[in-house]
Design a protein around this ligand. Structure first.
Ligand code: ASP
Length: 444
């Protein structure tokens, strides 16, 4: 069976629409559990609203749909660690000159951090102009336990694994990247021994890529179920109540995705942003459905290499790195949320404090994994740094799920755009593949 021939993108798009309609219909049959004392919605450990028991809630939304979506997302996540390690070892070993690693690394890092700083700056400027936090003082607060955040020093120390096994088991992406780079370099300098091991890794890479395609066959079902769950349980009334905040985050996300990235692509690579978006559609859909840049890594890797023409040497490094440290969409939410919470609390932040927010959010994105809701945990640290009350995050948790989906799609778009830019600068972007009609691509 030729797995490449199956045109999944169309099916996934259809399943998203059908999922949304199904979810909205089912939302008529569910009720939320509220705290009898405060009248607030109760949230579970994943920040999802708790539903009262009923057939639809227990058997359909938290039963059948939960099974379908979890089976798909877990399988995708299970591939991330082996895929990143094997692919990056091959990529590193294929570098003609391992000293190039340094320049590629620095360039990638500078672009990832630079775009994040741009993203949050745009978010703050827009929020100061639009003032989303004015006149929204009357909303019930959900309790929010500020999570643990790491110090900046520990973020950097943590790049180095103390135990490779635990790095793999915990899925610590930065440590796995460090280990893969070191292993790849060691293979190159090990002569014949290295060559033998490398040929095994190359075969393994092919096999894991086939596994990715197999897991993607589950996508239409998994995506349908996940979207239906979200739409059935999203409290749309709360979205209306916080409408200005919600809309502003989405608008800035769209500006970043459709103005900043295309401009950078055009200026630095000369390739067509239209083609780029067309070929990235399925990656964005996966990111939107899973709300996890990390779980999307296998799809982003395939798309950058097989559709956008980025060589494995560059993509195997920049894609997993981006999914871990590059979160422009998240930074945008944090910028808007900080100004929103400051305005609601009647606190005027100084220019220095805004600069602190920009710096802190940019650096914080380095140590945070691309998993659902990660941005909220980082936001507590950012708020704490400028003296804003972190428990005010309770206000925006209720509507964060949909925003998380949209910003994750922006996060992965950023990873792919920077990957193309770095690849072009290293002459590792095959423009013939980039420009070939999408129907002829393998990763469809
Ligand atoms: N869900 C986002 C991601 O995986 C992170 C976040 O903003 O919460 O990229």
């Amino acid at each position: 069976m030729d797995l490449h021939k199956i045109r999944l993108t169309r099916y996934i798009l259809i399943s998203m629409v059908v999922g949304a309609v199904t979810g909205l219909t089912l939302s008529q049959f569910v009720e939320f559990v509220v705290d009898p004392k405060t009248g607030e919605l109760l949230l579970d450990s994943k920040n999802h609203p708790v539903l009262t028991h009923s057939f639809v809630a227990d058997w359909v939304i938290n039963g059948f749909f939960e099974f379908l979506s979890e089976a798909f997302i877990r399988s995708l996540k299970a591939l991330v660690v082996p895929l990143v390690f094997v692919s990056l070892v091959c990529g590193t070993a294929a570098m003609d000159d391992v000293r190039k690693l340094g320049t590629v690394g620095l360039k990638t890092l500078a672009l990832y951090l630079g775009t994040t700083a741009i993203a949050i700056t745009i978010a703050i400027v827009f929020s100061l102009l639009i003032r989303p936090g004015e006149g929204v003082a009357t909303i019930a607060l959900n309790d929010f336990e500020p999570g643990e955040t790491k110090s900046l020093l520990n973020v950097f120390i943590d790049i180095f694994p103390v135990n490779i096994g635990s790095a793999f088991i915990e899925g610590n992406m930065l440590q796995i990247i460090t280990a893969a780079l070191a292993f790849g370099v060691a293979l190159v300098v090990s002569g014949k021994h290295g060559e033998r091991v490398l040929s095994f890794f190359k075969d393994m890479n092919e096999v894991i890529m086939k596994l990715v395609i197999l897991v993607m066959l589950m996508a239409p079902f998994g995506v349908f179920a996940k979207i239906a769950q979200v739409f059935a349980t999203e409290g749309f009334e709360t979205i209306f109540a916080l409408g200005k905040y919600f809309a502003l985050v989405v608008v800035v996300l769209l500006i970043h995705a459709f103005v900043v990235y295309p401009t950078m692509l055009k200026v630095f690579t000369g390739v067509s942003p239209f083609v780029f978006f067309k070929k990235l559609r399925n990656v964005q859909m996966f990111a939107f459905s899973t709300a996890s840049s990390n779980a999307t890594i296998p799809i982003t890797l395939r798309a950058t290499e097989e559709r956008l023409g980025v060589s494995n040497k560059i993509g195997s490094f920049t894609v997993p790195l981006g999914a871990t440290i590059n979160m422009d969409g998240t930074a945008i939410m944090q910028g808007v949320a900080t100004v929103f919470i400051a305005q609601m609390s009647g606190i005027d932040l100084s220019i220095t404090q805004y600069l602190t927010v920009i710096l802190a959010a940019t650096m914080a994105s380095v140590g945070t994994a691309g998993v659902p809701s990660a941005g909220l945990v980082m936001l507590t640290m950012v708020l704490g740094l400028v003296g804003l009350p972190p428990d005010k995050i309770g206000l925006i948790i209720g509507i964060d799920r949909l925003l998380d989906m949209v910003r994750t799609a922006v996060n992965v778009t950023g990873d792919a755009a920077i990957t193309c830019i770095v690849a072009k600068s290293e002459e590792q972007l095959d423009e013939e593949v980039f420009n070939r009609p999408v129907e002829e691509d393998l990763a469809n």
